[in-house]
Design a protein around this ligand. Sequence first.
Ligand SMILES: *[C@@H]1O[C@H](CO)[C@@H](O)[C@H](O)[C@H]1NC(C)=O
Ligand SMILES: *[C@@H]1O[C@H](CO)[C@@H](O)[C@H](O)[C@H]1NC(C)=O
Ligand SMILES: *[C@@H]1O[C@H](CO)[C@@H](O)[C@H](O)[C@H]1NC(C)=O
Length: 463
Amino acid sequence: MASSSSSNSFLLCLLVTTLLVFSHVDRSEQKVRYHEVSLHSSFPSKACSTSSSKHSAISNVTTTLRVVHRDGPCSPLQRRPALSPEQILGKDQARVNSLHRRISGVSASASSSGLQPEAAGVTVRKGSPVATGEYIVTVGIGTPRRDQTLIVDTGSDITWIQCEPCVVHCHTQIDPIFNPARSSTYSNISCSSAFCSELDINGCDSGSGNCIYGVLYGDDSYTTGFYARDKLTLTPGDEIADFRFGCGQNNLGLFGQADGLLGLGGDKPSLVSQTREKYGGVFSYCLPSSPSGTGSLYLGGYPSSTKVEFTPMVIDPTMPTFYNLNLKAISVAGKPVPVAAAMFKKAGMIIDSGTVITRLPPKAYAALRDAFRLAMSRYRRAAEVSILDTCYNLTGYGSVTVPAVELEFDGNVKVALDASGVLYKASESQVCLAFAANDDDDDAGILGNVQQQKFDVVYDVSK
Ligand SMILES: *[C@@H]1O[C@H](CO)[C@@H](O)[C@H](O)[C@H]1NC(C)=O
Ligand SMILES: *[C@@H]1O[C@H](CO)[C@@H](O)[C@H](O)[C@H]1NC(C)=O
Ligand SMILES: *[C@@H]1O[C@H](CO)[C@@H](O)[C@H](O)[C@H]1NC(C)=O
């Protein structure tokens, strides 16, 4: 949301309302001003535990997928060595920069990438955020079905996988590369199809008349190939016929051995839009609260044990990929942080599964940080870690008393963050406030995945 003229369009966007729901898995801590957190129990475990979200019954849900952290012990991808906190936070900043570039309308440059727009007749309209997604799911594509291990991303739309023949680059992936020639349900989408023209980046292979898709991520990584249809098997027996996806024959980037990406954004090519008849535009997730836990992605509803609170969500018609919500206020240890609501409103806020740390307008961040430092004054400060400037050295402590942080959204929806959404563990004895400032007051705030931990987050895109 850049200038004042675009804040008008932001208001107009209220016409398209969407509901977003937060529900705490455990409501008992709601009025707590401080959390006592043991420093030992909350360290990531090396073993995979499979019970982070047990729900007895699920309302309206027809499909549940298991979500795991891509670098955790439950992940089929075994990235070695694991990324350091500095590397994770550095990549996170690259994603945030690319989100801000896309929102402010700075178009992606294809010149430095392998997309070669002139040569292939590819039109680049928009780039996509850096694919840093932290969470993965496994689905099947084709007949017979072939497993695909995909990064889950609410910040982009098109789903893609690597395909044979790999003509220029393919990254090393966990599963065998998909061969469309061996799937009896595969078909190419033609250049004249309306599905081809709704892509952010498309082109036409003049020889075959087949649609070429491209996705250019903010770090110059990319995927391009044929835009295709095939059967998507979400869970055994739960199939989407003629699912549209990119069959990537030239894929360059740090996708961490994943076979591709599952796009859950709000625009037409996304899984959510393609399955709107079946699932009503409703999906929800409970992200694993530690890398060694497992979470769930639900299509069509949310667990019936979830007590829901709704906040209006806003979709900007010029950027339908992103899910926006209105943050109104923040409190620390039960006291409101002094920030004018207009400051949050000016910037707006995106909820994103692929951003790690929540970003706030600079003055809002400074007010939150000051209140947090005051409440943490008994602990010894430590050096900053990448983008995190409020860190503590907890050597010698068995536990830490963390001030409660509550976010208030439009519609009087108060989200009391879990302690794991307040402190980011940078090392065995060092923790940091898990928020960061944007560069500019106009840059959109982003609600990151650290803050979403321990919540069922429900997106009702239709309603
Ligand atoms: C679930 O189904 C019931 C009954 O069909 C309906 O009233 C309700 O709105 C649905 N909830 C969602 C989230 O779709
Ligand atoms: C899809 O297009 C590619 C490239 O033109 C071609 O090699 C392949 O045979 C086509 N597949 C089908 C099923 O038509
Ligand atoms: C924390 O303090 C201990 C002991 O005072 C010191 O050895 C250690 O290097 C410090 N750690 C950090 C990350 O500052």
